[in-house]
Design a protein around this ligand. Structure first.
Ligand code: GRF
Length: 205
């Protein structure tokens, strides 16, 4: 049982997911503390949000490292120094190399009902475009543990939303993101209270 779950957030884009978490922390509805924010981008809105919130933040653009493996090692080492108990991917678009013995559990949120519409190439609006093209009546979001394969780690929770007749990529994306804003905090809260084990081994996953 953890009172306040210390998390490090990895992001690449607009930081809406971080923003949502910070709002809920401020409203005292989420027993977590963001102790670090790291990005693979030199600049992005998510880093600005971290900066304005006074959170320790750092950038790890590939251009400043020999390769992605070394970049990821540097980024994970920096995050580790802030002593998080969990790494939370929040719109992090690069593949994360966790190394052979990942010390920290990692979770991600994906804007589809995995395993459908996940994996290499399925990110951002491409996911919703594919859902619409496939004629699905339902979409949603998935929180899962992160392992070495893109979007394939054990699923922790999902939330469905309807796909409606006149949906565009934008309208579907907005509906799915609304569901994300409920689901991610709920899962992180469950990890903070111990209802969902932090480590996959503890839950047999
Ligand atoms: C969402 O689609 C989420 O599912 C995916 O990244 C997007 C959010 O990114 N992981 P951001 O928080 O707006 O940067």
């Amino acid at each position: 049982m953890t009172d306040t779950l210390r998390i490090a957030v990895l992001l690449s884009g607009t930081g809406r997911t971080l923003e949502n978490l910070l709002q809920r922390i401020l409203a005292e509805s989420l027993p977590i503390e963001v102790v670090a924010v790291a990005s693979n981008k030199k600049r992005c809105r998510g880093l600005d949000i971290a900066q304005h919130a006074g959170l320790p933040n750092a950038r790890f653009p590939l251009s400043e490292h020999a390769d992605a493996e070394q970049r990821d090692q540097a980024m994970l080492a920096w995050c580790g120094r802030q002593r998080p108990a969990l790494l939370v991917l929040a719109g992090y678009t690069a593949h994360l190399d966790l190394g052979s013995r990942p010390e920290l559990p990692v979770v991600n949120i994906h804007p589809s009902l995995l395993p459908e519409f996940g994996g290499q190439g399925y990110y951002g609006h491409r996911v919703h475009q594919a859902v619409l093209q496939a004629g699905r009546e339902t979409s949603g979001c998935t929180v899962h543990r992160v392992d070495s394969e893109f979007d394939r780690g054990p699923i922790l929770a999902q939330r469905s939303v309807p796909v409606v007749a006149d949906d565009t990529v934008e309208s579907l994306a907005a509906r799915v993101f609304e569901a994300e804003c409920e689901l991610y905090p709920a899962v992180l809260c469950a990890m903070a209270t111990g209802d969902i084990p932090l480590h996959a081994e503890e839950s047999g996953q």
